[in-house]
Write a protein that binds this ligand. Structure first.
Ligand code: SF4
Length: 461
C-alpha cells in the first residue's frame, strides 16, 4: 500500500514499546503484515532492530547534494548530553542490550571528543554497540583512538561524489581519501565500514568502486545507499537507471562473483539487500551460495536460539546447534571450509576475510510505503520514541521542535532544538529558528542554492 504526504510522522509498530518480554514481536508483526516474514527472514527473528540512529548534532561540515537533513537542521542546537543519555536509555528499553547505536548527525565529530567519549562509555555501560558515522574529515587517528578506548565498536566512513569534496572529480579519485581513512582507523580494534550514496553522478563507476572495496582487507562492511528524493539536498528524484536490481548487478560485476542478495533477508526486501562474502585482493566468493543449506541453518538457529533479550547470541546458538544437529553443523562447516580454501588459494595463498555487502533503499519523502515503514529495521531515536528513518527524514523539521522530557536530580527538565540547554519549563518555542537568519556560509542544500541564485555570496556577508 502506498501513502503520499503525511502531515505528521507515521506511528510504526516497530516504534512502539512492546509490553511483553519479546522485543522482536513488533518488528515481526510489521514484517508479517506485508508478507515479508518468510523462512529466510532474520529481522524480527534474531534481532528486534538492525540499528538505531542517535543524532548528536544536526550540523555538518559538508553540504551533500543528496543530504537527508532538513532546511532547518543547521539552525538547530545540539542536544545536551543528559538528553542523549535519556535517548540511549530509551533505545535500551525498547530493543535491549546488543542493539547497534549509530552516533550520527550531521557529522558527529562536530561535537567535542569529550562528549563522544562519554556517549561511547554510556553505550558500552548499557551493553549496546556503538558506530561512529562520519564523513571522516575531522575523525583524526587521535580522536578515533580516544573513542576506541572509550568503547567504540565501529567507524563508518561516508565518502562519495555527492559530497563535492574539493579537488576530486570522480569516485576513483576519492579512493585516496578512503585509503587514508582506513589507515587512520586500522589497528585500533574498531571495525571499518564504508557508506556510499549511489546516484546518477557515480552509477557508471559503481562496479569499479565495488572492486576497490572488495580488495580492502581492513573493510568489514560496505553499504550502498540508493539516491532518494528526501531531505534538503539539491539533487532530487532517482534516475530510472538506478534500481535495486541494477545496483546489485553492478556490485556483482565489481566483486567478480554472484553475491546471492536474495538468499538472506534483513527486513523488508524492498528496503534492504544483504550479502556476505569471503574476499581477498582480486577475488571474492559468496558465503550464501548453498541456498538450501543456508535456509536450513536459519531454521535450525531459530530452533536453538535461547536469547532472552531478543538478540541472537551466535556463539551460544552455534554451540547448541552443533550438539543438537551435528550432521547439519558438519555440512555447514565443510561448506565454509570449501569457500575459504578456494578464496585462500586463488592464484597464490592469501588469508581471506569476511565482508558484508549491504544495499539500502531509502524512500522518497512524498512516497512513503506504510508497510515498509511499519517493518523498518533502521530507526532513529526521537523525543517520541524510535521512528523509521524514512519517516523521520520526511518530517525532520517537526521532530527538531519536539520536546524531550528528562528526569534530573532537581526534577524534570525539558529540551528541544530551539534552545541551547535544559529548560525548567516545557513551554519551549515550537519551531527552530528559520535558517534565513544564518550567514550564507552556514546555509545548506536547497536554501544555499536559492541564496546563490538570488545573488548572495560569502562576500556579501
Ligand atoms: S529507513 Fe526506510 S528504507 Fe530503511 S529500513 Fe526503514 S523504512 Fe526501509
Amino acid at each position: 500500500m502506498k501513502e503520499t504526504t503525511h502531515p505528521l510522522p507515521l506511528p510504526t509498530p516497530a516504534g512502539r514499546k512492546f509490553s511483553g518480554t519479546d522485543q522482536r514481536a513488533p518488528l515481526q508483526s510489521g514484517l508479517r503484515a506485508c508478507g515479508e516474514f518468510g523462512p529466510t527472514q532474520t529481522a524480527g527473528q534474531f534481532y528486534p532492530v538492525a540499528c538505531v540512529a542517535l543524532e548528536v548534532t544536526q550540523r555538518c561540515n559538508l553540504d551533500c547534494t543528496l543530504c537527508y537533513l532538513s532546511d532547518q537542521a543547521e539552525a538547530t542546537n545540539d542536544p545536551p548530553l543528559p538528553v542523549l543519555f535519556a535517548r540511549l536509555a530509551m533505545i535500551h528499553s525498547h530493543y535491549g542490550p546488543g542493539t547497534s547505536v549509530q552516533l550520527t548527525g550531521g557529522d558527529p565529530t562536530l561535537r567535542s571528543t569529550d562528549d563522544l567519549e562519554a556517549l561511547c562509555r554510556e553505550i558500552r555501560r548499557l551493553g549496546l554497540r556503538s558506530c561512529l558515522m562520519t564523513n571522516g574529515i575531522r575523525a583524526t587517528r587521535d580522536i578515533l583512538r580516544r573513542l576506541a578506548q572509550a568503547g567504540l565498536n565501529d567507524v563508518a566512513f561516508h565518502v562519495d561524489m555527492t559530497q563535492e569534496r574539493k579537488g576530486f572529480s570522480d569516485e576513483a579519485g576519492l579512493n585516496a581519501v578512503r585509503l587514508n581513512y582506513i589507515a587512520r582507523a586500522q589497528g585500533l580494534g574498531v571495525r571499518i565500514l564504508f557508506n556510499t550514496t549511489v546516484f546518477g553522478g557515480n552509477f557508471a563507476e559503481l562496479s569499479d568502486l565495488a572492486r576497490f572495496f572488495r580488495d580492502q582487507d581492513q573493510v568489514a562492511f560496505v553499504s550502498f545507499q540508493m539516491q532518494a528524493d528526501t531531505g534538503r539536498g539539491v539533487l532530487r528524484a532517482r534516475p530510472d537507471v538506478i534500481t535495486q536490481d541494477s545496483v546489485m548487478r553492478a556490485i556483482e560485476v565489481g566483486y567478480g562473483s554472484t553475491l546471492d542478495f536474495d538468499v538472506v533477508q534483513v527486513g523488508h526486501s524492498q528496503c534492504n539487500r544483504y550479502a556476505s562474502v569471503l574476499r581477498r585482493p582480486g577475488y571474492a566468493m559468496s558465503l550464501l551460495a548453498k541456498r538450501k543449506l543456508v535456509r536450513i541453518m536459519i531454521a535450525a538457529l531459530a530452533g536453538v536460539d535461547r536469547s532472552s533479550d531478543g538478540h541472537l547470541d551466535i556463539q551460544d546458538s552455534l554451540r547448541r546447534l552443533t550438539i543438537r544437529h551435528p550432521i547439519l553443523a558438519t555440512r555447514a562447516a565443510l561448506g565454509f571450509l570449501h569457500v575459504y580454501l578456494r578464496v585462500a588459494f586463488f592464484d597464490r595463498w592469501a588469508r581471506p576475510t569476511r565482508q558484508t555487502v549491504f544495499l539500502h533503499n531509502f524512500m522518497a519523502s512524498d512516497d512513503l510505503d506504510a508497510g515498509r515503514c511499519a517493518s523498518c529495521v533502521f530507526m532513529v531515536a526521537t523525543p517520541n520514541g524510535p521512528l523509521s528513518m524514512c519517516v523521520h527524514n520526511a518530517h525532520r523539521d517537526a521532530h527538531l521542535a519536539a520536546v524531550d522530557q528528562i528526569e534530573t536530580t532537581q526534577g524534570p527538565r525539558w529540551w528541544n532544538g530551539a534552545v541551547s540547554g535544559l529548560s525548567d519549563t516545557d513551554d519551549l518555542p515550537n519551531v527552530v529558528a528559520h535558517p534565513s537568519a544564518l550567514a550564507f556560509k552556514r546555509l545548506k542544500g536547497r536554501l544555499r542554492e536559492q541564496a546563490r541564485v538570488a545573488g548572495q555570496s560569502k562576500e556579501d556577508l
